[in-house]
Design a protein around this ligand. Structure first.
Ligand code: NDP
Length: 282
């Protein structure tokens, strides 16, 4: 029987820990404040932004919401980011992606002060991770490391296969597993014999954005399978990149969708916000 890795429970535990920490910080006169900027009213982005605000409220983090119209210009957004960079009472800045097509996302991400880059997308944060220096880590892969740790799944010395090489999931995931002394292989759409490569994995991270792509033919008996994908199936139910019912009988541990990786992303964003406030004090 595979261990079902419960991201809901693990993320709730992290939020409880953060809540206690934020209360202690408040007693010492330290406030944590996250500024969230949304441009336009994309429904999925609005849901994410609302969830982030709710998580802040629960933990005791102040949140400043900037809901800007779709037609907001790049310069206007850059000047808001610059103002928030300067504000001493703001620890973290998050610009909800995707941005409307007329705004250069890269330029906006680069404009955020790396000390406030709680999403971990700034090139300086990415570079710091690559050379093993302190900095903010992209929330989804950071959450996956927590899932593995808190489920007692050892990474050191293990064959880790990451399928997907995006800047926000695949690449930072590979770096984090490497930092934990895993032996890491990164696969992508041009990888040959993907099934064979995946079958070598003790820890298989599936992050390609293709519903139910990974069947038991990709999984070694007893492997830990982490499903990053989020999709709606034909019945409008959530599913992942992994064919859960097919893989569950062979896996040693597996994350469900929903309730696996998903809830960890916001928990780790909250974690990064608390870290940013601590860094400010130092
Ligand atoms: P991207 O589309 O940015 O990247 C997908 C990656 O998968 C690319 O590197 C691509 O390769 C690779 N890929 C695509 N098809 C195949 C294939 N058939 N075989 C091997 N590799 C393939 O996606 P993201 O990393 O942003 O997201 C991946 C999934 O995770 C999505 O479903 C997304 O919704 C979900 N997600 C979930 C989050 C959460 O909080 N749970 C957070 C972020 C993402 P190549 O580079 O060669 O094109």
């Amino acid at each position: 029987m595979a261990l079902i890795i419960n991201g809901k429970e693990i993320s709730a535990a992290i939020k409880e820990e953060l809540k206690t920490e934020v209360a202690q910080m408040k007693d010492e006169g330290i406030e944590v404040t996250l500024a969230v900027i949304q441009v336009g009213a994309d429904p999925a982005s609005s849901v994410y932004v609302r969830n982030k605000k709710n998580a802040c409220a629960y933990i005791g983090i102040n949140s400043l919401a900037y809901e800007l119209p779709e037609e907001t210009g790049e310069e206007e957004l850059l000047s808001l980011v610059s103002e928030l960079n300067k504000r001493k009472d703001v620890n973290g800045i998050l610009v909800q992606l995707p941005l409307p097509g007329h705004i250069n996302e890269d330029k906006i991400i680069r404009a955020i002060d790396p000390k406030k880059d709680v999403d971990g997308f700034h090139p300086q944060s990415v570079g710091a991770l690559s050379i093993g220096q302190p900095g903010f880590v992209s929330c989804t892969p950071a959450g996956i490391i927590q899932l593995l740790w808190r489920s007692g799944i050892e990474i050191e010395g293990k064959e880790c296969v990451v399928v997907g090489r995006s800047n926000i999931v695949g690449k930072p995931m590979a770096m984090l597993l490497l930092k934990e002394n895993g032996t890491v292989t990164v696969c992508h759409s041009k990888t040959k014999d993907l099934k064979e490569v995946c079958k070598k994995a003790d820890i298989l991270i599936c992050a390609i954005g293709k519903p139910k792509f990974f069947t038991k033919e990709y999984v070694k008996e007893g492997a830990a399978v982490i499903d990053v994908g989020i999709h709606r199936n034909e019945n409008n139910k959530l599913c992942g990149d992994v064919d859960y019912d097919d893989v569950y009988p062979v896996a040693g541990a597996i994350t469900p969708v929903p309730g696996g990786v998903g809830p960890m992303t916001i928990a780790m964003l909250m974690y990064n916000c608390v870290q940013s406030a601590k860094m400010f004090q130092e």
